[in-house]
Ligand binder design. Structure first.
Ligand code: ATP
Length: 505
């Protein structure tokens, strides 16, 4: 794996995986653009997720809901009231921080002094942040007198009272700009699934247990976007809402944990690189009965979340349904006077209506891309003394599957052979096949190692039946070079499709 984040950032820029958003105008913080290879890798990761969770299961349906969202959706979901991060400013440096991030950067004795000033005996980070938010004026005094350091300049700050900051992007919808014509860019894809529960149920005749899967963009106005594509303001999520009968939820929660760990392993992230955090009760989101966070061992950052797997009980459907009082909802939900749909199912035996429980595996695409890149990144010392960087991506994730390289660029017979071979391989549907005639062969191999291309094929004089010794025994064979072993073998073009498909699966 990569040793540092900088190594990855540099490879991504150098080879065209990921660029800073709006770069030529100084960059827009918290946005990134996926380049020619990044878009392929990201699409391949999403396709692998969709294949495993929709096509290879018989209890799942797909969905693609809109990004622009009615404000009532995010009102009843609880986001308007609670989707906030604690924010604090340093009056001297004018720097702004997320309170919990700021506290994590402090020495233990400083935190101890803050806790003491707040009158806390026994505390951890969660209770400390809660206490500071509960009494913002006192918090400002406590943090200033405890000499909480501003990480930007290492000096003690003059801290403002902390305040909650809602992370949703609010936007005007339609030509009239007034107080009622606003909506939100969705902060998660999940809500689109809940509000379509009845539509999907009615149009597919599904019965519990079943799930709805969705991949799409989500937007959060993060106070401090950082760490490359780990924390950004625009990102993609791959989310499943899996609906089950209450009482079977804990078992399904465990099952999904195992299923998801296995999937990450199939993407090249070994089990030992993921730590499963059973989120402590005090840290649970308002909707959650229990949550497992999958924490990947990122370079430089250490173990950080790539996916959360939450048991959301009947909170979501219970929040968005009409006729709440008839449904014996277990979670604490806001009274809903606007919904027009009953988001419940009928027990086939007793005929009683009830609200399904939800298990939600919610993964970040961008964090997944980062993890997969990091895990694949390999530095090798060659016998020649040279160093080789090679991305040992699983073949199904590789941005380019095969590069077809004509060994003589100005020999028409060779280039046209290579072009037609490229076209035939491309038609097999295994992903991108590249016709590659730039630079010398050594440079081409180096580049394709760095971007993880599993196979490079070379077309030469032997291939077109014009070997130097006059023989034609190698006619219609090409050299296949393996990315990981660097071994080369001669393969007849008639066997090439089979050869490649077997190894790229
Ligand atoms: P964090 O605690 O790191 O902010 P979260 O717990 O708020 O994350 P969830 O709301 O559980 O995240 O979202 C599910 C997934 O979406 C996360 O596991 C992560 O992979 C991804 N995600 C969330 N916020 C961001 C972000 N700002 N940038 C990139 N990915 C994100």
């Amino acid at each position: 794996p990569a040793e540092t984040m900088d190594e990855l950032v540099s490879l991504c820029k150098r080879r065209g995986f990921i660029f800073q958003g709006s770069e030529i105008y100084g960059g827009l913080q918290g946005t990134y653009d996926y380049g020619p290879l990044g878009v392929e890798l990201k699409n391949n990761l999403k396709a692998a997720w969709w294949r495993a969770n929709v096509y290879e299961r018989d209890d799942m349906e797909g969905l693609d809901a809109s990004i622009l969202t009615h404000r009532l959706v995010l009102h009843y979901s609880g986001h308007e009231a609670t989707f906030a991060d604690p924010l604090i400013d340093n009056r001297i440096s004018k720097k702004r921080y997320r309170l919990d991030h700021l506290l994590k950067e402090q020495k233990p004795q400083v935190l101890e002094a803050v806790a003491e000033a707040m009158g806390l005996g026994d505390w951890d980070m969660t209770t400390l942040v809660a206490a500071l938010m509960a009494d913002p004026e006192k918090a400002a005094e406590a943090m200033t007198s405890a000499k909480v350091i501003d990480p930007a300049n290492g000096a003690p700050g003059d801290w403002t009272p902390p305040r909650p900051f809602n992370m949703m992007f609010r936007t005007n919808i339609g030509p009239v700009v007034d107080e009622d014509s606003y909506g939100y860019l969705r902060p998660e894809t999940a809500q689109g699934i809940f509000i379509n529960f009845k539509n999907v149920l009615d149009s597919t005749a599904r019965r519990l247990p079943f799930g709805i899967a969705q991949i799409g963009k989500a937007f959060r106005n993060e106070i401090t976007p950082r760490n490359f594509i780990f924390r950004v303001r625009e990102f993609e999520q791959m989310e499943i809402e899996f609906f089950v009968k209450p009482g079977t939820d804990e078992e399904w929660h465990q099952r999904w944990l195992e299923t998801r760990l296995q999937w990450w392993e199939d993407q090249g992230i070994p089990r030992h690189q993921i730590h499963v955090l059973d989120v402590p009760k005090a840290d649970l989101a308002h909707y959650s009965k229990r949550t497992f966070d999958l924490m990947y061992n990122f370079p430089t950052l250490g173990f950080e979340e790539i996916e959360g797997i939450a048991n959301r009980s009947d909170y979501d459907l219970g929040s968005h349904t009409k006729a709440q009082s008839e449904l014996n909802i277990q979670a604490r939900v806001m009274e809903n006077t606007d919904s027009t749909a009953k988001l419940a199912v009928q027990d086939p035996d007793t005929k009683a209506w009830f609200v399904p429980y939800v298990i939600e595996p919610s993964a970040g695409v961008d964090r997944g891309v980062l993890a997969v890149l990091s895990e694949a990144y390999t530095k090798e010392q060659l016998d020649s003394g040279e160093e080789r960087i090679v991305l040992k991506l699983k073949p199904h994730l590789a941005p380019i599957k095969v590069a077809v390289i004509p060994l003589a660029k100005n020999k028409e017979e060779i280039t046209s052979y290579a072009r037609s071979l490229k076209a035939r391989l491309q038609a097999l549907g295994m992903g991108r096949v590249l016709y590659e005639d730039t630079g010398n062969i050594g440079k081409a191999y180096r580049r394709h190692d760095e971007v993880g291309t599993p196979f490079c094929l070379t077309v030469d004089y032997d291939t077109i039946g014009k070997s130097q010794d006059g023989s034609t025994t190698l006619k219609d064979t090409v050299t296949v070079r393996d990315r990981d072993t660097m071994m080369q073998e001669r393969v007849h073009v008639s066997e090439l499709a089979q050869y490649l498909l077997e190894r790229l699966r």
